[in-house]
Structure formats: C-alpha cells, structure tokens
Design a protein around this ligand. Structure first.
Ligand code: NAP
Length: 548
C-alpha cells in the first residue's frame, strides 16, 4: 500500500528519495497533528515547515504581549489523555512562550521532528494527471512526489509585511508582528510607532506602552474590546481540568464556536430589558470571548439586538475613558459589536492615558509612505521614529496557498482561481485540485469562527479518515464535483449573507486586501453543524466526490 519504506524515508532525509504517500505543509497545531495521524496509519509522510521549529502561529507570533484568548484547557490536543495529564497550564490565557512550549512538548513526546523538514518553504505544486500524483517544489530545490497533499499552512500565516511604500528607506528597524525576532528587541527609551489596532496591535500596545520612550499609535479603526480575566491556575483547577478531559473533548465539538461555552438559549426578544442587562453584566464579568459568542445568536443577524449589545460595550469603554476627545477616537461607532474579531485586552485603553502615548488619526490623514525618519501622513507631517512596528495583519485564509504556485487539473492555478472567486468544498477540498486537502482554508469555521484547536483537529481527523478510506479501497483520486462545491458555496453564502458580519470591513471579508474577492472567509453555521455535515460526507462514502 505504501510507496516507500522506512529505510527509504531515512534516505530521503539525506535528499536521495523524493517519493511520499503524503506531504503536509506546516508544523503548527494542524500540521503536527496531521503528521502524527498519517504516520500512525503507516503512511510515509513528511511535513514541510518554513520556520526553524514547530509551533506555526505560536512560533512566528512572538511579539511582545502575544497571548492566546481561548482558555488553555480547550486550546489543546485531544488525541491523548495521557499527554494532557502530563501538561500543566499556568493560567487561563497563557502567553505565547507557554503555548509554544506546549507544542514542543507534543513534538518531543510524539517524536515528530524526525519527519519535519524545517527552514523549508513550499514554492509550488503541480498535479500530474497522468500519474494522479502531486509534485511539490521547495525553496531548497527539492521535488517531492506524493499521492496526498495536505495543507496545514494556517489561516493567518501570510503577513502583510510590505504595507507602505518607502519601508526600505527607514533608518531604524521595522518589525511585522508575525515576523518578530527571537532575539530581544530593545524598545526602552525609543520613539516607537505602531500601525494597527487589531487583536495583535492591542496586545503589543498595552504591553510596551510602559517600556518605550514615546509611542505613536497610527489608528484607523477603533475596536470593541473585552477586558480579559486571566487568573493563575491552582493545582485544584488543573486537577479538575484533567478530570474533565473526556467531557470537555466531547463538549467543544458541538458548540457554536468550538469553545466550551455556548448560547444559553435565551432569546433577546423573550427577555425584559432588565433581564438582558443582567445577562450582559454576568457574561461580561467572565472576561472571555463568551460575551461575543454566547449572548444571543440574534446578535449576529439582527441590527436592533446588535445595537443594544454594541451600546453596552461602548458604555463599558466610556467608563474607562473619561476624556471625550480620546473616547471619540477609541470607541467604535461605525460598525456593530462582534461583526469582526473581538479582542480581549488588559489595560489597553489605559495605555492611552499615559503621557508617552499618542494617537495619530490615520483615518483623517492616512499614512502615505515611510521615509528615512519615520512615517509620513497625508497632512504632510513626518512622524519621526526609531522603531516601526507593523501590526497590519494578514492575507487571511487564502494567502498561505495563493503565495505558492499550486496547479491542479489542466494546469489551472489556485492563485488565479481564488483571485477571481474564493471557493472550496467545506474548506476541505477544491474542485479541480484532486487529492489536495486543506485545513484552515476558506468556507470552514476554522477560517475564523472557531477555537482553532477544536476545528483544526476535526478537519485533520476528517482528512485522515478520508485517506484511510482511499487506501483501504485501493483508490487513487478523490475530488469534489463542481456541483457539490456549488452547493457548499451557496449554503455558506446563504448563512453568511444573513449576518451583519458581511456588512463590516475586516479580514473576515477579505476587505483588508485591495482587490481580494469579497466573501466571508469563515463558515458561520456553527462548529457543531459543520462537523455533522462533514461526518455525513464520511458516512455516505464521499457522496458528491469523484473517486477513482
Ligand atoms: P487585523 O485584525 O487585520 O488588524 C490589522 C490592523 O492594521 C487594523 O487595525 C487595520 O486597520 C490596521 N491597518 C492595516 N493597514 C493599515 C494602513 N494602511 N493604515 C492604517 N492602519 C492599517 O490583524 P491582527 O491584529 O494581526 O489580527 C489578525 C487576527 O489574528 C485576529 O483577528 C485574530 O483572529 C488573530 N489573533 C489572535 C490573537 C489571540 O488569540 N489572542 C492575538 C492576535 C491575533 P483597519 O481596521 O482600519 O483596516
């Protein structure tokens, strides 16, 4: 069944053999698990990773203040209760080094690194219709010949590093947050500029405000925020989490967003204003994304409901920012709460009360370019800086794959296809690209609306089961039909277009990239529903997919 032996695999590490059963791109949360699962099936598999170590998001995003905002006890692997019992989380929302350490612990314990090629980037891949196999090219000049090609390249892994003209002329260093160096960066006493106030910019700003000499925050769109409640875990908390492992593992699979919390079932219109207020206060006090993901389902679809919740959050923000001029700059009014990613924060608003922190309103006067001295805005002003930090985000969902040259049937290009219209079948496969499996790709909850570890593991499990089916039935090719894909896209759009999310500009809609086709990247029908639909495909022996 397998095309090569363990001995051949060992030889390949020295660059002699280039044939695999499966090639996985990425060694982050999904890639590590995919490698583990396929290897467990006895396949000859290699993972290709651009970084020098495992971790994916948690390898690249080592900027000051980087921190997860899913609770630690659900941001984990579920395949081994023993491993979960061995690991001890220190707090509810651990900082980047702890999550990176956890992923390294998993890599150690599962002996994953021997099958990962680090410091290597996939630059292109071509499906050969004569052999029904993929040829994958790396920047090391290798060609990997494989039956299955699984992308675990991540949804937020193509950073927008070249945002402004003239960046190369700047005299000081420029750091994109997703390319933050491993070496310490000296910010003390420096004039630092930060562009971007998404979830990343917020974490950076609140963390470095007290360290830098002077900070200019180039702010275009203010954010609704939720104060993070991040208690340290006691031994008793950890014991309870370990005890509840199996229940939690089941629970996260069925909720709206893959977290342990879910909508309480209260309908906005069945509640009195007082009861609604009480509910909002209670959920707000939890200090988690639960305020976004559990209040009322109608909040995502009904303007009146959204208005009430938005005003509640604005009120909470106004309580912290008394200065009306500052409040106007920092409190959003132009879009509804929760219609794009809501960040958790700690003393973010208070950073702007410091004398060394200044807002540059780049809505009123956009950034024109970077000069040797700093950042030039449309009013002609040059904001002099020593260091420039770009928290400007990513080409989300599609960028990881469109930055490679992926060619399917008839030489068709995934980059060209997705530059015209972003389509997929359940975010797992794309018509025209047989045996290419995708995780964290457009039109699945894992593209945004999910606790990532829940959705990535579900997708990896689906891919693994599919490959197992192929091998056990001696099949060469699987590909969704055009009709199946059309149906999924229509279903996705129907749900998406009924929400307010599609009315707000953000990376969720691809609108942070000029010319990117507008479509909600993430399936928003719920993680539990999505899982059920994926399971139905498996149970039907892949009805709607061509198998040969
Ligand atoms: P983002 O949400 O896309 O935010 C990018 C920011 O850069 C926005 O404030 C944007 O302003 C600004 N920007 C971009 N181009 C600009 C320009 N030319 N001029 C001025 N401002 C500009 O990116 P992100 O903050 O890196 O977050 C991406 C996602 O990563 C999050 O939504 C979240 O899913 C994930 N994340 C998670 C965590 C966590 O779990 N704790 C932490 C960080 C990130 P506009 O809004 O006006 O476009």
């Amino acid at each position: 069944m397998n095309t090569s032996t363990v001995a051949a695999r060992a030889a390949d590490v020295q660059g002699k053999v280039t044939t695999f059963d499966a090639v996985v791109i990425g060694a982050g949360v999904a890639g590590m698990y995919q490698l583990y699962r396929l290897r467990q099936q006895g396949l000859n598999v290699v993972a290709i990773e651009a970084g020098s170590a495992v971790g994916g998001t948690w390898y690249w995003n080592r900027y000051p203040g980087a921190r997860v905002d899913s609770q630690a006890y659900i941001y984990q692997y579920w395949f081994s209760e023993d491993l979960a019992k061995e690991w001890n989380w220190s707090e509810r929302f651990p900082a980047q080094p702890e999550t990176e350490a956890y992923l390294n612990f998993i890599a150690d314990r599962c002996d994953l690194r021997k099958d990962i090629r680090f410091n290597t980037r996939v630059v292109g891949a071509r499906f050969d219709e004569a052999t029904n196999r993929w040829q994958i090219r790396t920047d090391a000049g290798d060609v990997l010949d494989t039956k299955y090609f699984v992308s675990c390249a991540g949804m937020l892994s193509a950073p927008l590093t070249s945002t402004f003209p003239g960046q190369e002329t700047f005299k000081g260093p420029i750091f994109h947050t997703a390319r933050w160096p491993k070496e310490p960066v000296e910010l003390a006493g420096k004039r630092v500029g930060v562009v971007g106030t998404g979830a990343t910019g917020i974490q950076v700003i609140q963390t470095i405000a007290s360290q830098v000499g002077h900070m200019k925050v180039f702010l275009r769109t203010p954010q609704y925020i939720i104060p993070m409640r991040n208690p340290k875990y006691a031994d008793s908390d950890r014991a309870a989490q370990k005890q509840g492992f199996q229940d939690m593992r089941k629970r996260v699979q069925g909720t709206f967003a893959g977290f342990d919390y879910d909508f309480a079932g209260d309908s906005f219109y069945d509640m009195t204003p007082e009861a609604r207020r009480e509910l909002m206060e209670k959920v707000w006090a939890d200090g988690s994304l639960s305020f976004w993901l559990t209040l009322y389902p109608e909040m995502f679809t009904d303007q009146k409901v959204n208005d009430e919740v938005s005003e509640f959050v604005r009120e909470k923000m106004r309580e912290r920012i008394k200065d009306p001029v500052l409040a106007e700059k920092l409190i959003p009014t132009s879009y509804g709460f929760g219609t794009h990613r809501v960040p958790l924060e700690t003393q973010f608003l208070e950073a702007f009360l410091r004398p060394n922190v200044e807002i540059v309103d780049v809505k009123a006067s956009p950034i024109v370019c970077v000069t040797p001295e700093g950042v030039k805005t449309a009013d002609g002003k040059i904001h002099e800086l020593d260091v420039l930090i770009l928290a400007t985000g990513f080409d989300a969902g599609t960028g990881a794959l469109t930055r490679m040259d992926i060619r399917g049937r008839g030489g068709r290009s995934l980059t060209e296809d997705w530059n015209r219209d972003i389509r997929s079948t359940m975010g797992l496969m794309v018509n025209g690209y047989p045996n290419l499996f995708t995780t964290a790709a457009p039109l699945a909850p894992s593209a945004a609306f999910c606790n990532m570890t829940t959705c990535l593991q579900q997708q990896v499990d689906w891919v693994t089961d599919c490959i197992k089916y192929m091998e056990s039935h001696d099949l060469k090719v699987i590909e969704p039909t055009r009709e199946t894909e059309d149906k999924w896209v229509a279903h996705h759009d129907e749900i998406a277009n009924a929400t307010l999310v599609t009315k707000t500009d953000s990376w969720y809609m691809g609108s942070n990239i000029e010319g990117k086709p507008r479509r909600l990247l993430s399936y928003i029908g719920g993680v539990g529903t999505y899982r059920q639909k994926c399971d139905e495909v498996t149970a039907s022996n892949y009805a709607g997919f061509n198998l040969q």
